[in-house]
Design a protein. Structure first.
Lengths: 479, 479
């Protein structure tokens, strides 16, 4: 790391600003062969709807994927703002000389074969860094999988990003958790504002990412996947600084012998003892997640829900099992699930069938009424002042109705459209309650986004997780 | 509980035998109104493909959902083997008199309004139990949601069961976890052999279910969701007895004040201190799961994978992040992730690109080769004798390819069918390795069943969970 240079013509000093927002990109290593990574990355870059200019660079081909190709950046009519390098390690060093001479100042190096493969690779990485230093090139990687900026839009990875832009800024030492995880995140509507796969961090590192994400107003929570921190002092300062503006959540996996060995083979990271990282996270105000699932779920919740101002939680559902699971999990997590005052219970009872319960948990039991459990009762409870937040199980309904109508052997006329519309109306209003009351709601549902109500609340920032207990774990992070 | 009567004409003495396998069913409470539960249950009973006879009983209607309806069981030409009762509590008692007089010996009472609603309901429940005793009726419920026997097939709940029959026997105090959870389980190919929602357990209880499931050869693992145990001594004996034949996994949620209060409103269960249940589970050899997600994932894994004979686990993947997460999580769970012998590493290295790692974790890094990481290397490692089991991340591939082909703007001819076929062939063989080597494999993938390879391995009994860490948690239960 050589310190930061001030960028001309950019409001943000970070070297990442131009990497996430380039007006033109030179792509090295793409062709039309389906066996090379660069081919997929160029495919995705175009598929993402990137509005800037793309210049494939190739020693032989005159056209790649329908675009005019060039033999060298020197042949271009302009100096591209970013270079994407997916060729082998030796060639990458040579290309960096070419980039430097042409005046290209930003790059992403996907290529592996550097520090992660041992002594020889380490030498190559040093060489790459030296060429970059000579020409003032700032770069992400090597041995990374690229970046995604859905707001631009720009996707330089080999996996499609098919969601809308979101509020999470992800910086990861694993490219897999930036890209392969996308099909998983799609199932919960967990969206990126920006994501970077850091790779070996020969130049730009996680500290740069935290500093940059801290300033980005579209990013409401920062998610970190860490195999090892190279600049602990700067990391601490950057995390504290960003933490004053938005929450940070991190997974650290280098604390075990096997984890450290694996990380070293992966990105050449030098991992440290678990307790040291635990202490650093604590001092920096970073919430530590035990796994990647929690990292994403908690970041999403923190990005969209108001903080808890107290410890009292209400439970509302139309199902007794989840009511009990939620109450049990909440108390285990240190929350109070207070029995409501008689006055409040009386008001709730008017909307609950006699077989249900109005005490807290509120259990509607079987009822096809949606407005009471998912709108009127939550609002009544949150406005009562008797609790500080709420967990709800059972978002959805349209998909159940759909399933029934498909399986029936009779001739029933299911009012599917009306049902779906009604669900959407109720849940849309529910999703807005946290904003108006200042109190968080986290939900769960066994249904996924195949149910339009689930998709709707998730897209409105109301977390909806697959099991009751996961909703409680996320709620606990809002304290 | 009045002790068991010996059943005539049935190989199994349990009162549940006929409830799960009735040749004829009388249905009380079904109509064509979409606001009553019985309507949906009759709909599902027929939709499930139940081959027996169905007799809707209704005071007024002559035909219901296209079936001839009767005013009373006394009007039927035969004595139905089972009655499904979904009418209100008062009427249910009256119907039990009618059933008794007609000679019906088995029932499922869905109706709520009994013990779970307080003193008056408790009285009603006692009355129901007494009528049953008078006539020798054995029944599930009241306040339950029914049973599912996909092997018959028979589905008496209001939720569609759309999967094939499986190997899990589920007994639950929550109907939600039997039914609403189905859409969740469908996403992981977790299937029931039999499932019963126990409700208030006025007659048949969880002890009966464990005894019955213990004898059922189609059931390879028993999953229990417990709000409170009414017969602890018998529970212990039944669990030990069944546990000699197959594993039992249980969630207990009554151990907190809020959980106990909620359970009491839900099924009238009397919960006990958490430590007591912990001790009972330990003595009975029951694996305790912290949540419903784990209950299902662990039961599935135990039902299909051989037990671990040692503590050494190999990790194999094509992604560095999951490799590190898996190694870290395994060590935290008390496993050893041994570095392979030089000889084994040399053999693996022949199949791994130079940027990957052959040490353990095996990390293929980016590679479109599937056979090496998902077939040849796993087999080589498991046959080497250097480990006792294996965790793999990254099942799938077809869906990624599909996604790319959809997003591309060029004119690429993706060999989608060949790719999908190749994936399926490789993963089908992988799924059979545990059987041939006697060593368990548990896998994870961010892709779900939208990827045919994921669906395929799950259907072959190879667990594939959404995150690496969940695979490790499940593996830990195979010790």
């Amino acid at each position: 790391m050589t310190g930061k240079e001030v960028e001309m013509g950019s409001g943000n000093e970070s070297p990442l600003e131009q990497i996430f927002n380039p007006r033109s990109i030179a792509v090295f290593g793409a062709s039309e062969k389906l066996t090379t990574m660069g081919t997929y990355q160029l495919m995705n870059l175009r598929g993402s709807g990137y509005p800037g200019k793309i210049y494939p660079i190739h020693p032989k081909l005159a056209e790649i994927q329908g675009l005019q190709a060039y033999q060298s950046v020197a042949d271009l009519a302009e100096v591209p703002e970013l270079a994407l390098v997916t060729i082998n390690a030796e060639s990458a060093i040579r290309v960096f000389e070419e980039l430097g001479k042409a005046g290209v100042k930003r790059a992403i190096v996907i290529s592996g074969g550097f520090k992660e493969v041992g002594a020889e690779g380490r030498k190559r990485e040093q060489e790459l860094a030296e060429v970059a230093k000579k020409y003032g090139i700032r770069f992400v990687g090597p041995n990374c999988i690229g970046i995604i900026n859905p707001w631009y839009p720009l996707n330089l990875t080999m996996y499609p990003y098919r969601m809308k832009p979101g509020a999470i800024g992800l910086a990861s030492h694993s490219g897999t958790y930036v890209t392969q995880s996308l099909v998983y995140l799609e199932k919960f509507g967990i969206k990126y504002a920006k994501a970077v796969s850091l790779g070996n961090e020969a130049n730009i590192d996680i500290v740069d990412a935290i500093e940059y994400f801290g300033e980005d107003e579209k990013i409401k929570a920062i998610a970190l996947y860490i195999e090892g921190i190279r600049r602990p002092r700067e990391f601490l300062a950057a995390a504290k600084n960003a933490g004053a503006k938005k929450p940070l959540v991190a997974v650290y996996v280098g604390g075990t012998v096997a984890g450290a060995r694996s990380g070293s083979s992966h990105t050449g990271a030098m991992a440290g003892a678990d307790e040291i990282y635990e202490a650093v996270f604590k001092q920096a105000g970073i919430i530590r997640a035990p796994d990647v699932q929690s990292l994403f779920e908690w970041s999403f919740t923190l990005a969209h829900q108001p903080r808890l101002k107290g410890n009292r939680i209400a439970v509302c559902t139309n199902a007794g099992g989840p009511a009990t699971s939620l109450a049990d999990a909440l108390e285990r997590a240190g929350f109070i699930v207070p029995e409501f005052s008689p006055a409040l219970q009386d008001q709730i009872k008017k909307m609950v069938p006699p077989t249900g319960s109005a005490k807290n948990p509120v259990d509607m039991t079987y009822s096809i009424d949606l407005e009471a459990p998912y709108l009127k009762i939550p609002l009544l409870i949150l406005e009562s002042g008797e609790v500080d937040g709420m967990v709800i199980h059972g978002i959805g309904g349209g998909s159940w109705y759909q399933g029934l109508s498909e399986q029936q052997t009779g001739n029933f006329q299911f009012p599917l459209e009306e049902m779906s519309l009604w669900c959407d109306t109720v849940f849309q209003k529910l999703a807005k309650i946290p904003e108006t009351t200042g109190k968080p709601i986290v939900t769960s549902s066994f249904a996924g986004r195949e149910d339009s109500a689930v998709a709707l609340v998730q897209d409105l920032g109301l977390p909806c997780f697959p099991t009751p207990e996961r909703a409680v774990l996320a709620m606990a992070k809002l304290r």
